[in-house]
Each structure stands twice: as C-alpha cells, then as structure tokens.
Design a protein around this ligand. Structure first.
Ligand SMILES: Nc1ncnc2c1ncn2[C@@H]1O[C@H](COP(=O)(O)OP(=O)(O)OP(=O)(O)O)[C@@H](O)[C@H]1O
Length: 654
C-alpha cells in the first residue's frame, strides 16, 4: 500500500505558511478572527527552538474589553504585556519562575491557570476543569511552587538531606507521570526545589535512593507510590499538597482504592491542600472527590454546561470502515488529514494495537504489555519525530502532550465518551488545530451516542477513493522525479528507449506509470462507501414495502441468486427509514446482482452513490473477560478488548 506521507519540503512549506499566518496577524485581528490572542516570541531563533508556536487562548466567553492598540506591529508585544489581563506579569509569580516561563515562550497564562492561580496560592482546595490541551498542568505546578518558595507553604516546607516531600502528584499512567514530572523538574529546578518520579516497570533502587536523599515533590502512579509507602521509603506526614491529575480516571474503580490508601497517609487532611484537575468530570466524581476535599473547596469549570465537551479546535470526522479494510484505508486517511504531522491511532485492545501497528508501514505500538523500557524508547522516538504513526491503547489517551500531532484516528467509537474526549484531545492543543477521525462499523455505529454525549457534530465522510489519493500524491511523485540527479540518466537511458519502443504506449502513459510506481500505486481499487472495502460496491436493496429484518432481504435475494453468492455479502445494514438495506458485494459480482434484480418486480437493487442514513445498533456487549468476537484487521487477528471495565486491579490497564 502506498506510503503517502507528504514530502519533507511540503511539511516545511505547510509549517512556514502557518508561521507566516501567525506572524502577520495582530492579536486584535486574530482574536476577532478566532477568539484567541497571539503570543509573540522574542525571536525567530527562540521560535524554532521552543515548541510549536503557542497562542494564548481566551477561552472565557466574555473577551475582556481590550484597549485597541494604536500602532500595529511594534507595540503588539507591549499590548500582550500591559493590556492582557492574563499576562504573567499580572500575577504573584516570583522572578525565577517568570524567567522559566519566558524561556518556554509563555508570556500569558491560559484561562484555567489565570482563574485558579490565586485560589491555589492562597490555600484553597480546588476542582479544576478545562478542555484538553488548555494548560491544566501549569495550573497546579505554578501556584504550588510559588507557595513553597514565597507563600503559605514556605514556612512548613522541610529542608535538607532526607527531607520528606511537600507535594504528591498522582497520575493514571507512567507516560503521563513522566510528562508532569518534567514540568516540576524544569520549573521546580528554577527555584531550587527537587522532584522525583516513581512509576511501575522502573527499578525500585534509584527511586528509593532519591526518596531517601530527600525531595520536595513526588510525581507518580498509585501502584508504585503505594509500594514505596509500604517499604517506608516515602513519608507523607509533612505533605502540604496532593494533586489528582486526570482526576476522574484516578477515582475510577480500580484506582480509587490505592488512591484512598495513599491520600489517607497524611497526618491531618485539614493541613493539606487537595487539587483535582481533568478535562472530564462525570457527576459521580464529585461524590467520591468529596471524601478528599475540604467543605470550602473551590470549583472552576471552564467547560461547565457547554454542550461541546471535546476540544473546539479539532475537526471531528466519522468514517464508515470495516475492520478488514482498516489497514489499507488508514494510510490514505493519514495522507489526507495529517498535514505532514504525526498521527496517533487508538485501538480498544492491546492485541489490536500490536496487530495494526504491524500492518502499517513505519508505525509503532504503545500499550501496557510492552516492556517499560521499550515504551519509553517508543514515546521518546515519537516525540522527536523519528516516526510519525503511533498505534496505542488508552495508555496514550489522557494528558500526553506531544508536539505536532495533527491527526487522531480511533478505530471504533469508544464505549466511554470520556475516552473520545481525551483521545481526540491529543491534537488541537494550546490553540493549535487538529483532526480527529473516528472509524465505525456501519452495522453498529455508535456515532450518535458520541455526538450526543460529547456535544459534537461529526462531519460524515466516506472512504477516500484511491483515485482522489492518487491525484493528491501525483504532484508529489512528479516532484520526486524532477529531483533525481541528471547523473543517473545515462544509466537508464537505454532501458527507457527500449521501454518506449517495445511498450506500444505513449511516453505520457509510461511517465504516468512511473509516477504511480514512485507514489507506491501499482493499481487503483475502488472502495465501497459502506465499509471501505477495496474492489467492493455498496448496493441498496428495496422491496417497495417496509423491511423489518435482515432475513427478509436474504430470503428475497436467495430467490433470485445462488446461495453461495448471497453469502458473500458484507456489512449488511438496514436503512434508518426502514424501507431498504445496504450491503457490499464484490465488484466482480455487481452485474450478476443487478441483472438478477431486473428479472423480478418485487426487488430493486441500485448502486449507492451516497450512503443513506442507517439504523444504528450499539456494539455487542464485550465478552465476560473483555474479549470480543469478530474479525481482526486482516481477517486473521483476534478482536478483543483489554478489560478497562470498572473492576480489575490498579495500575496500568491498557
Ligand atoms: N500559558 C500558556 N501559554 C502557552 N502555552 C501553554 C501555556 N500553558 C501551557 N501551555 C502549553 O500547552 C500545552 C498543553 O498543556 P497541558 O498538557 O497542561 O494541557 P492539559 O489541559 O493538561 O491537557 P489534557 O487535558 O490533555 O491533559 C503544553 O504544550 C503546554 O506547554
């Protein structure tokens, strides 16, 4: 199957265009256009060094009345500093932290950070919610550090060798623990505070050594934290802050017992500030969270009753596709929607992640069965862009902040809408845009459920036809041909002349074939609209009266076609209006089906040009042990779902 990533030059062109767009738009124009304020870095050099350009997003509904800037370009930076109510200089942040923020290219706080900073610094317990990619990590990192070096927590902080920690941060996955630890290490290091990260799959000894030497901040996953407590390596007696990031996941059955045991280790909960953050906070979380929070806790919910719970800087696309068609369709989806950036593909089970990554050129897998050291190598390689397609289970669904992820593909509608929100939130972060494609089996759909619960409206598209892809990559293939050095021409001239003389076709036809081969195309197969199967066509069956069951359709077809031919039908689904049924047949059988229907007045068959609205049925309940029947990606693999149910032990579950 063609590997269809855009060429490096194309990627650079796209990025340069994006950069130019950003730099030629003043914050006023930008905010009018997109409701965001533009953060300008000090220099291009810094721009290249730092992460993808960040824009500070004004998520609060009422854009504070902004003084219009008289001069345009030169005074723009001052506007960000002086008039922006979220400018870092407007907050009680010490100089070393301000300097570190500036070094990271941050000159204004995001809404969740600005609205919660003083509450946390002044000692309140807090539940904070903002959409994915809106800076919730720094919303707790900054005020906690400021409190420890210059605020209420300073006097109670222990110092010196062997000191017990003042801060404990719990995360649901090892990767996320390492990511949050990196922020505490960077910002805490700037103010002389030490942090360490403890998680499973990593040797105990180095973690034990760091804890015994004394740290101020401990970041980790519950299982390993609990082990260190039981081994007396971790003394929480003097804890001043405890943070549950991805709080709803941390309080889900399977984690909550460990979390409760850990949090119960503090001497006097009234002396500890508890902070809970997440992009999703289902109603049951508030009940359980109340066990750990003070009565006078604050709640800042920037999503609130908005219908739209998912990221609003992401295009949400739904595309019908059978499991068997996926491994050949996904490369085309990547070439159409990834804009030359990186892609994360989510599967429901670890087996599916392993199987699919093996079928996609250059893809790597990330899930809980992979050795921790390999997981770290894989994620580090993906962050550095060593490969651009990661196939993962929910282990990568929450929190991971990876630069230049332009596309998220989910292989089926997730059971929990929170999974959809977090997975699609791996793109479109910090004001950037992105695309989230959700594949679904038209027989089970589940699309409306996600739309309703996430408050999104999917763009419904059919499988990109290979012809469309070929046209899209044809120009890129031509560019590759022109880049071939002249020095190689003599070596191929004889073969070219021989080919021209013997092939009996024109030079243009031969050149088109050469371009196709360069692009990885050796043939073009049409894809069905219903399940994206190659060399298949979707037919609409009608009988001039309501159709209530599939057996009626199969019975009618068996009266006009051989049974073995009828049994080759794929993806059978009833239409939403109850008047018809659609299914896929092999391209080579279409004429036989159509001519059989023409011989009887009771049945009509037509080739579908646009998929009609179909009846939706929820996916069959998963097997008792979380395994699901059905086909793998290539008709050989086992379907199945690693139990992420409400039961099961703590620790890594995906
Ligand atoms: N004030 C800011 N200005 C610019 N960029 C910021 C700011 N605060 C955070 N960022 C960047 O925004 C990105 C997203 O931040 P973060 O991962 O904390 O989001 P989040 O809300 O926790 O997302 P999720 O819900 O997915 O966990 C990070 O790359 C971070 O460096």
């Amino acid at each position: 199957m063609p590997s269809l990533a855009l060429s490096d030059k194309k990627k650079e062109e796209k990025k340069m265009k994006k950069k130019i767009d950003l730099e030629t738009t003043t914050p006023e124009q930008d905010s009018k256009k997109k409701g965001k304020k533009l953060k300008l870095s000090d220099s291009d050099g810094e721009e290249k060094k730092s992460k993808k350009k960040r824009k500070s997003i004004d998520e609060s509904e009422e854009e504070p009345e902004k003084k219009s800037s008289k001069k345009v370009k030169l005074s723009v930076v001052e506007d960000v500093k002086v008039d922006n109510p979220n400018a870092v200089s407007n907050f009680r942040i010490s100089d070393p932290l301000k300097a570190k923020l500036k070094e990271k290219g941050i000159e204004a706080l995001f809404p969740i950070q600005a609205t919660t900073f003083d509450m946390v610094l002044d000692g309140a317990d807090l539940v904070g919610r903002a959409r994915t990619g809106q800076g919730k990590t720094l919303a707790f990192v900054l005020p906690i550090l400021e409190s420890l070096i210059n605020g209420p927590a300073k006097s109670k902080r222990k110092n010196g060798y062997g000191r017990p920690p003042s801060v404990l941060v719990l995360l649901p996955t090892r990767e996320l623990a390492k990511q949050v630890f990196a922020d505490f290490e960077a910002y805490g290091g700037a103010v002389g505070l030490a942090a360490c990260c403890v998680y499973g799959g990593d040797p105990y000894a180095p973690q034990e050594h760091k804890l015994k030497r004394g740290v101020d901040i401990v970041v980790g996953t519950p299982g390993r934290i609990k082990d260190h407590i039981e081994r007396r390596n971790l003394d929480l007696t003097y804890l001043q802050f405890r943070v549950l990031d991805e709080a709803d996941e941390m309080l889900r059955m399977g984690f909550v017992d460990d979390v409760e045991l850990i949090l119960g280790n503090v001497e006097d909960p009234k002396k500890v500030q508890t902070l809970l953050f997440s992009a999703t906070l289902p109603s049951w979380v508030q009940t359980i969270a109340a066990r750990f929070l003070k009565q006078d806790k604050k709640t800042i919910d920037l999503v609130g009753n908005d219908k739209m719970k998912a990221s609003n800087s992401v295009r949400h696309i739904a595309l019908p596709c059978s499991k068997q068609a996926m491994s050949r369709l996904i490369p085309d989806i990547i070439s159409l929607y990834s804009s030359g950036g990186s892609t994360i593909i989510f599967t429901e089970t670890k087996d599916q992640a392993s199987e699919l990554s093996g079928l996609l050129p250059g893809a790597r897998a990330l899930h809980g069965d992979i050795q921790q050291s390999q997981r770290e190598i894989t994620l580090a390689g993906f962050r550095k862009g060593k490969f651009s397609t990661l196939v993962a289970t929910n282990v990568a669904a929450r929190g991971l902040d990876i630069n230049d992820v332009q596309l998220i593909i989910q292989c089926e509608p997730p059971r929990d809408v929170e999974d959809y929100i977090h997975r699609s939130g791996r793109t479109g972060r910090a004001g950037n845009t992105g695309v989230a494609v959700m594949l679904y089996d038209s027989r089970k759909s589940g699309v409306s459920r996600i739309e309703k619960q996430a408050g999104i409206k999917f763009e419904h598209v059919s499988a990109p036809q290979p012809n469309d892809i070929a046209r899209a990559v044809g120009m890129e293939a031509a560019e590759k041909i022109t880049q071939v050095c002249d020095s190689v021409v003599p070596a191929f001239m004889a073969a070219a002349k021989e080919l021209l003389e013997s092939s009996g076709v024109s030079a243009e036809v031969l050149l088109a074939k050469a371009l196709a081969k360069t692009a990885g195309f050796t043939e073009i197969k049409k894809r069905s609209l219903l399940s994206s199967l190659e060399n298949h066509v979707t037919l609409l069956f009608e009988a001039g009266k309501p159709i209530y069951t599939p057996s009626f359709v199969f019975g009618a077809l068996k009266r006009i076609l051989p049974e073995d031919k009828v049994n080759t039908i794929e993806g059978f689904t009833l239409t939403a209006d109850g008047q018809g049924a659609v299914f896929d047949v092999a391209q080579s059988d279409v004429d036989q089906f159509m001519s059989a229907a023409q011989k009887t007045a009771s049945v009509s068959l037509e080739i579908v040009k646009e998929l009609p609205k179909l009846q939706e049925r929820e996916p069959m309940p998963r097997g008792r042990f979380g395994r699901q029947g059905g086909q793998g990606f290539n008709n050989r693999g086992r379907g199945g779902r690693f139990g992420r149910g409400r039961g099961g032990g703590g620790g890594q579950r995906w």
